[in-house]
Design a binder for this molecule. Structure first.
Ligand SMILES: [Zn+2]
Length: 1042
């Protein structure tokens, strides 16, 4: 990646912690993500005080006073126009001639809002805000001289006056320790929230001039003294600020202003005044969760992935299939370059739909096959234009005029529309399927049904842990649930079995045999399949033999002393077996160790944490041999998809072992330090889901675009042998392919831009099909329209994938810097071209992107880009490849976890409790919280939780008796226990991988693991807090603008 090199946002020293997560409780010891639309069903967390927002507020729900009505034509969102948020102590002014705080919207005289906020209920510990209490300083404070007419093109925006410095967060208080600065108990480590007063205290004259008495809660109130705040320099406590120690260059001056010129006390940003993911999610749920999303209108931005909504297909693909970074594409590449907003689509071609929504119709055009454009080969779709009375059609992608074949002819109505348009899915819907003809099949031959081959490591480690016995027992029943199509009673999928350590054992399970027969292949260097007949069988026909085999396998290897394994030959064998059977299929590999036995694909332990933060760090993500890419290529050619279940006790080189799953559209699961008693529920849940899920095999995906843009880059689990065709040995309903587009010509506002994703695949019953998704986007000549129609969650999905691929080739720091630089450019371009004129001291964010900084910071400090001491090389490689094919909902919760307080809302409620922001400040030690990110699930118990609650949930009489690290809650017959267990079940059901529960007690050593997921806080690995990162981002933007 290229990009400007800038300092990383981190403001703290790298962690020196060497604490180790207990085995089996590693952060990535569990998984789960889902395409289920869900999100914190939070109630209003951040209600604004009425008195504090006479001119609008950051809440899109707030009435707009500050924005002329002419803004309304821009964008479908019901959110308000520009909102201005000022942050305490972040007003711009010079030290010499301090100006009153002002915003871009100048209305009325400077107002101290502290009074408007009334008193602050400050009862809870942590200095946290009472739920529903708003920051009183969220306000546009105007200055008469600043009032500026809004430009008509000004899109919705949030503006903040943020400090320009990216340095360490300053202490937020100037008074004595507040309640909540500690846990109320013995002193504990608060790595993320050290907020004690600066030892040097404050210079005279810098005391807050608020009413006497105890200081207000931190970051709760703007004090009157802040009318004359320094321009983001935090006052003199920080020492000289070369850039900001004097009046900000270019900052408007407002004449002499009241207020003392002396320096002011440090003040941190008010976390309640910066954009809150919880609030944005909540607002979208309220605004867009009630009506179905109807796809008939071009360029509509769908509801957020965290909003539950139904989709009605009226000509464009559902957002469940395709989500875009922007639904309004700049007309020219110059505009696109200026804005730096990546133009990308995250496509999930086989996404599962909620039961209320119909699966795509299957269209059968018989022997003639689907109708396509002769030139660009695009498939018939609702955007094709029929002309000449219906005898010809003009391609909407390449403008070529095509003849309509006689059998497809139909008359047009007076509007030029075919009279049968609504009878044909391909003329009226965004998504549909065609039955493919034999021309679409390999070797011009209709495919056989796919096969599943179970390949089980039976080396010492696999036997010792009980894995083999558990797996064989499970397979006996699981084989009854192989994927079926439509109403068929039985799965068409055939199965085969292989066990291995240093050698491979094939099994003949032909139905005519009384007992299974084993054939050993010890020549792993030249793998072949020793039997064809009887290896792949129908489950119901061979049930008795299969059951017998699965009973015998654990016994046969019970006394094994073999510790060495091979790996590549196992995949090779499975692929050869599918080739011999002339079918596509999937290999399920259950593997425990680094394959050190003498064989192709043999690996050595090359883990080296010393490489972190060096130029060689990238090698940790690269495969150590090219053998697996070669093997993967062969697998793809055969339609052989590989799912890998890993059970490592130590380094197994996930970066290398996951190459074949990654390139064949497969999945990797990892169960570190697997123990049957602790991990079987998780493993078996994942296995059941993985075996049963519907998969398309031997697939090719192509994305066509209308003239002017072109798909140029692709991210996901697949293989590409040319620049256009995405080859997928297998593709399941959880996996996405992300496509980036670039201009190659000027676009037209009138005609817009079109995407057509066509996926050719073999269904699990062996039917060859084409699934088509169409999406029409708007094009714009005004940058403001681009910024008004972006989707930040999708942007983050793209940027994370871009960065996670970047670490293969570039130093991690360079990758981080590129992300920061791109984000700054995106926001600076908005500021320069779209926002209303205002002081440079304000950070103004586009409404649609106001969460970009907080989410991007989460990506930057993720384990791949900034690992903590407890994160292993394998964890990083594992997460890296997981994220590659995540959908937008998965990356959203993965990077910004959901934190749900459990005892604040009524027990009887059936809905999920409102989420709170992922910060330690939001935790009350009298409460219990669930945290989930799609892979991990924690139950955090505060040290002061009521005894009754402890008893109800854990069946013990006190906090101290709760077992730390517990993974199963006792089943107790009381409302709280039922509610919490029900909620856990519901969260798990929403994710595609099972999330193992870990109970974390406040102040327990496991709490460090939990805190890692409080992503608004500074991380132990040096990742910046949200507040610090926002300041840093502001500084970057100012540099770009100056
Ligand atoms: Zn065409």
């Amino acid at each position: 990646p290229s990009g400007m090199s800038r300092a990383p946002p981190s403001s703290g020293a790298p962690s020196t912690s060497t604490a180790q997560a207990p085995c089996g409780q590693a952060a990535y010891g569990q998984f789960g993500q889902g395409d289920v639309q869900n999100g914190p069903s939070s109630a209003v967390q951040m209600q604004r005080l009425p008195g504090s927002q006479p001119f609008g507020s950051p809440s899109p729900l707030a009435p707009v006073v500050s924005q002329p009505a002419i803004l309304q034509p821009y964008g479908p969102l019901s959110t308000s126009a520009q909102v201005t948020t000022q942050l305490a102590g972040m007003q711009i002014s010079g030290a010499v001639a301090p100006a009153p705080p002002h915003s871009g919207l100048g209305y009325g005289p400077p107002t101290s809002l502290a009074s408007a906020s009334g008193s602050f209920p400050n009862s809870s510990l942590y200095g946290s805000y009472p739920q529903g209490q708003a920051s009183p300083i969220v306000q546009a404070q105007g200055h008469p001289g600043v009032q500026t007419p809004q430009r008509s093109a000004t899109p919705q925006a949030s503006s903040f006056t943020a400090p320009a410095a990216g340095g360490p967060r300053m202490p937020s208080m100037t008074g004595p320790l507040l309640p909540g600065q500690g846990f109320g108990g013995p002193p504990v480590s608060h790595p993320n929230h050290v907020s004690s007063p600066p030892p040097q205290a404050l210079p005279p004259g810098t005391q807050m001039t608020g009413p006497p008495g105890p200081p207000p809660p931190m970051h709760s109130s703007q004090q009157p003294g802040y009318q004359v705040q320094q321009n983001g320099s935090f006052g003199p406590v920080r020492g000289p600020q070369p850039n900001y120690g004097s009046p900000y260059p270019g900052a408007p001056t407002f004449g002499s202003q009241p207020g003392p010129p002396q320096p002011l006390p440090p003040k941190r940003l008010d976390p309640d005044a910066i954009p809150s993911p919880i609030q944005v999610i909540e607002d979208d749920r309220n605004n867009r969760g009630t009506e179905p999303f109807i796809t008939g209108v071009r360029g509509q931005v769908p509801p957020l992935v965290t909003t539950n909504f139904l989709v009605k297909d009226q000509g464009n693909a559902s957002p469940r299939y395709i989500r875009c970074t922007s639904y309004n594409i700049p007309c020219t590449s110059d505009m696109a370059k200026q804005a730096q907003v990546p133009l990308a689509a995250v496509i999930k071609p086989l996404a599962r739909l909620p039961p209320e929504e119909a699966s795509p119709y299957v269209v059968d055009h018989g022997e003639s096959g689907p109708l396509r454009c002769n030139r660009c080969k695009a498939y018939m779709c609702p955007f094709m234009q029929f002309i000449e009375g219906g005898r010809r059609f003009q391609c909407c992608f390449c403008s070529c005029i095509n003849d309509v074949p006689p059998q497809y002819f139909q008359h047009l109505d007076h509007t030029g529309k075919r009279v049968d348009a609504y009878d044909r899915p391909e003329l009226s819907l965004g998504s549909y399927e065609f039955l493919a003809t034999v021309d679409y099949c390999k070797n011009n031959k209709f495919p056989s049904p796919p096969a599943f081959i179970f390949m089980i490591d039976v080396s010492y480690n696999a036997i010792r842990t009980g894995l083999v016995r558990l797996l064989c027992e499970e397979l006996k029943s699981l084989l009854d649930f192989l994927p079926r199509e439509g109403g068929s009673e039985e799965s068409a999928v055939r199965v085969g079995f292989v066990t291995y350590n240093k050698v491979l054992h094939f099994y003949n399970v032909k139905s005519s045999l009384a007992q299974p027969q084993m054939m050993v292949v010890s020549d792993v260097a030249d793998m072949f399949v020793p039997l064809l007949d009887g290896f792949l069988v129908n489950v119901s026909e061979s049930r008795a033999v299969i059951t017998s085999l699965l009973d015998q396998i654990p016994e046969m290897f019970a006394d094994t002393r073999e510790t060495e394994t091979v790996f590549a030959p196992v995949i090779q064998a499975g692929m050869e077996a599918l080739k011999a059977a002339e079918c596509a299929g999937k290999l399920f590999l259950f593997h425990t160790s680094l394959p050190i036995a003498e064989a192709p694909g043999k690996l050595k332990n090359r883990d080296d944490r010393k490489l972190i933060n060096t130029d060689k760090e990238k090698t940790l993500f690269q495969p150590q041999t090219g053998a697996y890419q070669t093997l993967a290529k062969e697998c793809v050619a055969q339609g052989c998809c590989v799912d890998l279940f890993l059970f490592p006790n130590q380094y197994v080189d996930v970066a290398t072992l996951s190459v074949v799953p990654q390139l064949t559209g497969g999945s990797v699961y990892k169960y570190a330090c697997f123990q049957v008693e602790n991990d079987q529920e998780r493993f078996l849940s994942d296995l059941r889901r993985d075996v049963q899920k519907v998969v398309g095999f031997d697939a090719v995906m192509r994305v066509r675009t209308s003239t002017g843009i072109r798909a140029v880059d692709f991210f996901g689990a697949f293989y590409m042998s040319n620049t256009t065709d995405v080859e997928l040995a297998g593709l399941d309903g959880d996996k996405t392919v992300t496509v980036e587009f670039k201009h190659d010509d000027r676009l037209n506002e009138e005609s817009g831009a079109l995407l057509q994703c066509a996926l050719l695949y073999t269904s699990c019953a062996g039917q060859r099909r084409l699934r088509i998704h169409n999406l029409a986007l708007n094009c714009c000549t005004q940058l403001a329209d681009l910024y008004r129609n972006c989707e930040t969650d999708t942007l983050i999905n793209y940027m994370a994938k871009f960065a996670y691929r970047g670490v293969l080739n570039s130093p991690v720091k360079a990758v981080r810097d590129t992300l920061i630089s791109q984000c700054a450019q995106i926001l600076a371009c908005y500021r320069k071209n779209c926002a209303s004129p205002s002081s440079a001291g304000q950070l103004i964010l586009p409404e649609c992107m106001k969460l970009l900084p907080v989410y991007l910071n989460c990506v930057l400090k993720s384990d791949v880009l900034q690992p903590g001491a407890e994160v292993t090389t394998d964890d990083r490689a594992y997460v890296r490849q997981l994220v590659t094919s995540m959908d937008v909902a998965e990356t959203n919760v993965f990077f910004y976890p959901r934190l749900l307080p459990l005892t604040k809302s009524p027990i009887e409620g059936t809905t999920e409790p409102p989420a709170v922001r992922a910060s330690e400040e939001r935790l009350s030690n009298g409460d219990i919280y669930l945290l989930e990110n799609g892979l991990n699930l924690f139950l955090w118990v505060g040290a002061s939780v009521q005894q009754g609650v402890v008893q109800s949930l854990f069946s013990v009489s006190s906090f101290s008796q709760i077992t730390s690290g517990l993974s199963v809650l006792p089943v107790l017959d009381n409302p709280l226990s039922k509610k919490v267990r029900g909620l856990i079940d519901s969260l798990r059901a929403q994710r595609s991988r099972y999330m193992k529960l870990i109970v974390v007690k406040q102040e327990d050593k496991l709490e460090m693991l939990f805190k890692h997921f409080l992503v608004e806080d500074k991380s132990l690995s040096g990742g910046a807090s949200y507040v610090d990162f926002l300041c840093h981002m502001h500084k970057e933007i100012r540099q770009l603008l100056s």
